[in-house]
Design a protein around this ligand. Structure first.
Ligand code: NAP
Length: 693
């Protein structure tokens, strides 16, 4: 038996005290003890804030993304010992995929999102420039910078790996050190994962600390630069949120709490339709995956009253097929709950539910697990309840039995289904099963305000659907009201929870310098050679060329029309073009302007520009008529390192006519080669930084 140590200030530290016993969910075997009694929590916070924070903030997003990717790959090769330990939490092989593979997948997903969507900088520029003056000399823009505190991540017992990694990835990318506090009951698995993270040596010192056991007086040491990201029960979230320091110092608080999620079978989805079958399959699966210990599990299954008998019979039939037992056995489809205490808790909640609903399937006090001892392991039969009049039974919408427990309830009409779903008081997710556009419309817009995620499952998406219960890194996870009012993940949104948004005001020149993004009105830099001759590192933001002019004749327009096949009347028919409210007569094609602009600004010989890979923000402001002369200004707007061999250059392109009026403007994106041997790219820089003592 081992006493699990915490990982604080870059080293494993002793537990102190006798500690809480951690036992196998399968047979109650003692696996270890957990205690944080010996930890100095002031030092935990100080180390994160003062030692680790500056180290982490010195890295750019691209460097952090490269590290996250390397960590995901490292962990991906070390799953086997985690699987072995995960059985002890009661997880089956399929459950491992959600917790362990799902957690590692979240790291990969965040690493690649950051790589594609974040700059090679230490801050983010958000949204457009806001003009704030008539003369254009005073503008505003938002920036996001990392908070200079720590991220306290308090996790629930049900997903020891996924829960840790889905919180850690966005905080790390933001540049904020994490203090991970796993739930004690399954801390042995979180501890094993954390050991791998430490052994990898990939993250900078102090980027992550682990507290095994209670948080002690850690909250007393927080301030407004810190973030608490909590997953767990309503009661604990209130304790943390109402802590005097958290409340007084406005410590950011993100809460993911319990949720009585609904699945709604549409009135069109009668027995025999694919949607009816999908509803039955999803509801029964959600009851049994992770033995129903999922915050997103379906707790309330709503069916039209006309489908009541068929739905009850089909669900009971599915429940009969569930094999409860030792999760290591191949034929077992549902393992035990995570601990005997948790089983007692679910039995107590089920007893409360039984006062408002009748049992359709299962016995809360009896279970015959395959290959295991019913007394020593935390086994529980799936419990399906029926509540015939849910509008009159508030408790079925309030009692969360965090196990394989769900209540079937009928509704009369879509409006009533909406009312019932909303009685959950705010939920993480709801799924709707319909192939009828009007039903989907009424349900989605009837309940979206009360949900963080909605999934419309039908025959068209079922095969590839990720299912009711899976939160995904690019989509938000969280819900209003009872679900905690928090939001996690959701792509970069999740990263920004750990950053401060600041409105920045000043001249275009000052804001260009500060944001490293050239703004119109800021000085232009002229250099002796064409900008296409400079490798990525040597291009300067603001570097500009102005081209000569090109006069566009009617013959150009006709030739372009003939060559491309675009003979739209506005280019070909004077009378019809005149009748159009936007045109004075025949006008040049927009695409002709873009092509001629490229003809004006490119430097044709081989050089650092490798490829044009798109345009953003293209707008045509003024028509160009035969006889007009266009010119182009091409300015380096922003640079983002992408790979060792090349980086992305965003160019500000403005096409003007002979009167100096802007006729078109856009961002041009090119990939530009780096100079041989220059370490401008994230991977190498990240490696160098990691190797620095
Ligand atoms: P819990 O008792 O609230 O525990 C959650 C976490 O809070 C654990 O790490 C726990 O540590 C810690 N904690 C407890 N008391 C604390 C205190 N006084 N100060 C600081 N930390 C404290 O919840 P649970 O029973 O483990 O988890 C089940 C609940 O979580 C269910 O209600 C479920 O719906 C919810 N949940 C929500 C989500 C979501 O994403 N919304 C996901 C999973 C679960 P110890 O283990 O050391 O006590």
């Amino acid at each position: 038996m081992t006493t699990l140590q915490s990982y604080i200030a870059g080293r494993w530290q002793g537990a102190g005290g006798s500690g809480t016993e951690l036992r196998s969910a399968i047979d109650g075997r003692l696996l270890g003890t957990a205690s944080s009694a010996a930890l100095d929590f002031a030092e935990v916070v100080r180390y994160g804030r003062e030692d680790a924070g500056p180290r982490l903030r010195a890295l750019t997003f691209q460097q952090r993304a490269a590290m996250l990717r390397a960590l995901a790959a490292y962990l991906g090769e070390r799953k086997a010992p985690l699987y072995a330990l995960s059985f002890e939490t009661g997880a089956t092989r399929k459950d491992h995929l959600i917790d362990i593979d799902g957690g590692i997948g979240t790291l990969f997903s965040y690493a690649s999102k950051a790589r594609r969507e974040l700059p090679d900088e230490r801050f983010v520029v958000e949204g457009d420039v806001e003009p704030l003056s008539k003369g254009g000399t005073f503008v505003g823009r938002h920036i996001l910078t990392p908070l200079q505190g720590v991220a306290i991540q308090v996790n629930a017992f049900n997903f020891p790996c996924w829960g840790m990694l889905e919180k850690l990835a966005p905080a790390f990318l933001a540049g904020v050190p994490s203090i991970v506090k796993p739930a004690t009951a399954t801390a042995y698995l979180a501890h094993a994962l954390f050991q791998s993270i430490v052994e990898s040596g990939i993250l900078p010192d102090g980027a992550v600390q682990l507290v095994v056991g209670s948080l002690g007086n850690l909250l007393d040491h927080l301030d407004g630069q810190d973030v608490i990201s909590f997953t767990g029960s309503l009661e604990t979230s209130l304790l943390l949120r109402n802590h005097p320091v958290v409340a007084t110092k406005a410590v950011r608080f993100i809460a993911e709490r319990d949720s009585l999620n609904a699945a709604i079978l549409g009135p069109d989805a009668a027995p025999g339709t694919p949607e009816f079958d999908l509803f039955i399959r999803e509801t029964s699966r959600e009851m049994t995956v992770k033995a129903g210990q999922k915050c997103t599990a379906i707790r309330r299954a709503l069916v039209p009253r006309s489908a009541w008998d068929a739905a009850s019979a089909a669900l009971v039939e599915r429940m009969r097929g569930v094999v409860v037992g030792d999760p290591k056995l191949e034929n077992v489809s549902m393992g035990p709950l995570s601990s005997l205490a948790q089983r007692d808790e679910v039995r107590a909640r089920a007893a409360e539910l039984a006062t408002a609903a009748r049992v359709l399937f299962g016995d809360p006090l009896h279970c015959d697990p395959v290959g295991a001892d019913a007394e020593r392991g935390a086994f529980l039969s799936p419990l399906l309840f029926a509540c015939e009049y849910p509008l009159n039974a508030p408790s079925v919408h309030q009692i969360e039995a965090f196990g394989p427990v769900s209540t079937l309830m009928p509704y009369d009409g879509v409006d009533e289904a909406i009312e019932i779903a909303k009685m959950g008081g705010g939920s993480l997710v709801a799924s709707i099963y319909t192939h009828d556009r009007n039903v989907a419309d009424a349900l989605v817009f009837g309940i979206a305000s009360h949900h963080g995620r909605l999934i419309a499952i039908d025959r068209d998406c079922a095969k590839e659907s990720t299912g009711h219960g899976s939160p995904l890194p690019p989509l938000v996870h969280g819900g209003p009201g009872r679900a905690g009012g928090g939001e996690e993940m959701g792509g970069l949104r999740g990263v920004f929870h750990y950053m401060q948004r600041t409105a920045l005001q000043g001249s275009p020149s000052r804001l260009s310098e500060l944001t490293r993004v050239w703004l119109r009105g800021a000085p232009e830099i002229e250099k002796p050679e064409h900008p296409f001759r400079y490798p990525f590192e040597e291009l300067e933001i603001g570097q500009t060329i102005h081209t000569g002019g090109r006069t566009i004749g009617l013959d150009d327009i006709e030739r372009f029309a003939e060559f491309t096949g675009d003979t739209f009347y506005a280019h070909m028919d004077e009378e019809a073009a005149r009748a159009n409210p936007f045109f004075p007569g025949r006008v040049a094609h927009g695409y002709l302007l873009l092509s001629f602009a490229a003809g004006l600004f490119v430097e044709p010989s081989p050089g650092p520009v490798l490829a044009n890979y798109g345009l953003d923000e293209l707008r045509f402001f003024k028509p160009v008529v035969p006889g007009d002369t266009i010119r182009v200004r091409l300015t380096v707007k922003q640079k983002t390192a992408r790979k060792p061999e090349y980086g992305e250059v965003r160019w500000d392109v403005e096409i003007t006519n002979q009167n100096g009026e802007t006729v078109a403007a856009y961002d041009l994106l090119t990939m530009n080669a780096t100079k041989d041997g220059e370490p401008a790219w994230p991977e190498r820089a990240a490696r160098e930084l990691a190797a620095t003592p």
